[in-house]
Ligand binder design. Structure first.
Ligand code: ADP
Ligand code: MG
Length: 401
């Protein structure tokens, strides 16, 4: 499915473009601590400004629960955005209403205004038509470039899209381009999925959806241990979701059948980096084939990394969601780092797409994001999209003509 792009909105010179962006960035001591969501919207800003539009940006930040809270003000983000796009960014301390309307009206062609946090208004999360109508007064056209919130029916994402001529921005267009082949099963084969992360529970839908259309799935991270336990392997104190053992057994059975029919592989960790716990003395860790009692697995071991890389060697497409270990704490980042570094080395020869909030953070933290084909800015949204779900924010946009 292709959505109407900015070009499809006609002449934009002098028009106010109300743009929903995802500037939900981490703040530290009142300043932006990570720029990646700001950098991701620059192509859309550039396009609108060079078309002569007057740009009115709106975003959420954090969870202020429908009322103003200075802790979640977007003011520091306006300052950083201005530095990164090399142009002044006016900030309006209100989201909608007379002040915001006057600020939008005051913009000249190519100028940028950022409105205060959408979630200071209760109508945002409830997709309230009245709040959407108040927002609609701030633009002549609407552009959605907030891929990361497209799975939520919020007023600035869904209701607004039927009130103004609407289009998707450059970021959403690029996300949809990168993720659609995974969703539709048209990615170049062999197609290998690397799954990790904390919980099996959150990954079951994507695992089930991708199982029939991949050549191999490598599983690491905390989610692997529920699967290993379902296979009867010892897992010590590793993370385990006991209520999912039955589902885990079914998934393993399904993959065994699929494997027999199609030669597909489901590769689980064969060795593990274990420690007493994250609070314990971290120098006291071990690499084991079987997780003994009293310790927990915090990363995949070197044998597992070698096995994953053996499977990845022939891949033409890789979708990676979920870190393979507790990457936030050394040395449990090493499994994730080795696999990321291998895939970075395959740049140009294998298409690697990273999705998931922590996966994207790990890729950036370890310095590999530039060498991945695409690092999705959508956490939950990218997983749901790849699983084949309809995202309300995308469904609200008109199709490309
Ligand atoms: P994403 O946001 O990319 O979808 P998740 O939220 O599912 O990823 O998982 C990320 C978290 O999983 C990280 O905080 C990481 O520390 C944790 N994790 C990875 N491996 C393990 C493990 N073996 N035990 C416990 N937690 C793990
Ligand atoms: Mg996460």
């Amino acid at each position: 499915m292709a959505y109407r792009r900015i070009d499809g909105l006609g002449e934009l010179r002098g028009k106010r473009a109300l743009v929903r962006v995802d500037l939900n960035v981490p703040l530290k001591e009142g300043a932006v601590a990570d720029d990646f969501r700001i950098l991701a919207i620059l192509p859309t800003l550039e396009r609108l400004r060079s078309a002569g539009a007057r740009v009115v940006l709106c975003s959420h930040l954090g969870r202020p629960k429908g009322q103003p809270n200075p802790e979640f003000s977007l003011a520091p983000v306006a300052a950083r955005l201005s530095e990164l796009c090399g142009a002044p960014v006016a900030f309006c301390p209100e989201t909608v209403g007379e002040k915001a309307e006057a600020a939008a009206e005051a913009l000249a062609e190519g100028e940028i205004l950022l409105l205060e946090n959408l979630r200071f208004q209760p109508g945002e999360k409830s997709n309230d038509p009245e709040f959407a109508a108040a927002l609609a007064k701030l633009g002549d056209v609407f552009v959605n470039d907030a891929f990361g919130v497209c799975h939520r029916a919020a007023a600035s994402v869904v209701a607004i899209a039927s009130l103004l001529p609407a289009a998707c921005g450059e970021l959403i267009a690029a996300e949809v381009d990168a993720l659609t082949p995974l969703r539709e099963g048209t990615a170049p084969r062999p197609f290998v999925v690397v799954l990790g992360g904390a919980k099996l529970g959150t990954k079951i839908p994507v695992l089930k959806a991708l199982l029939p259309r991949t050549d191999a799935i490598c599983v690491g991270g905390g989610m692997a241990y529920t699967l290993l336990k379902a296979m009867g392997k010892p897992i010590g104190n590793s993370r385990c979701e006991d209520d999912l053992l039955e589902v885990a057994g079914e998934i393993l059975e399904k993959s065994r059948l699929h494997m027999r029919e199609s030669g597909q592989e489901l590769v689980l960790p064969r060795d593990h980096v274990v420690a007493k716990g994250l609070d314990a003395d971290l120098a006291d860790y071990d690499v084991v084939d079987d997780v003994p009692e009293g310790v927990m697995a915090l990363d995949v071991g070197p044998g597992s990394v070698a096995e994953f890389i053996r499977v990845l060697r022939t891949a033409k497409t890789v979708f990676w969601n979920g870190p393979l270990g507790v990457f936030e704490t050394a040395p449990f980042h090493l499994g994730t780092e080795y696999v990321a570094s291998y895939l970075a080395g395959r740049q140009g020869d294998c298409h690697t797409i990273v999705g998931g909030g922590d996966s994207a953070a790990a890729t950036r933290q370890l310095g590999f994001s530039e060498r991945m084909s695409w690092v999705s800015t959508g956490g939950g949204a990218s997983l749901l999209f790849v699983q084949g779900e309809d995202l309300p924010g995308l469904s609200a946009l008109p199709a490309a003509s």
